[in-house]
Design a protein around this ligand. Structure first.
Ligand SMILES: [Zn+2]
Length: 145
């Protein structure tokens, strides 16, 4: 497993251990993690703190030149909100753990020239399918259903 996807998975597990939704993300620039996070909607009562948003938040304000040479890793296919942030800041590449549990806006990302690398991780799939079976209402809230 790629060390950065492993870091995103570790974040997802940390979120799960806190009673949250197991989705993690890291933002990588120049071969280093500059922001890491996990879905904290449950923990903070936030409607917007998806894993990718938390990683971007924790990276703090960065110049455009940094985003344009960064890669964002996420354990689950990015939803429309996170896709919007990725497009807004011009992050050119997204590495995704899996998209079986949820298919995000990959087509939109590709149409805007963003490179997508699919890991298709069994561990990511298992984490999400266990969670969705256990707490379907929390999951549905996460995707606006
Ligand atoms: Zn999202």
């Amino acid at each position: 497993m790629d060390e950065f996807m492993q870091a995103a998975i570790d974040e997802a597990k940390a979120g799960l251990a806190q009673g949250g939704i197991p989705i993690g993300s890291v933002l990588v620039h120049d071969g280093k993690i500059i922001g890491r996070g996990h879905n904290r909607r449950v923990q903070t009562g936030s409607p917007t703190l998806h894993g990718e948003m938390d990683a971007l938040e924790n990276a703090g304000r960065q110049p455009a030149s940094v985003y344009k040479k960064s890669v964002i890793y996420t354990t689950l296919s990015p939803c429309s909100m996170c896709t919007g942030a990725i497009l807004l800041y011009g992050i050119p590449k997204v590495v995704i753990g899996e998209n079986h549990s949820f298919m995000g806006e990959e087509a939109l990302l590709k149409s805007k020239g963003v490179e997508i690398q699919m890991v298709d991780s069994d561990e990511c799939k298992q984490m999400m399918s266990d969670f969705m079976a256990e707490k379907p209402e929390l999951w549905n809230e996460d995707i606006g259903e």
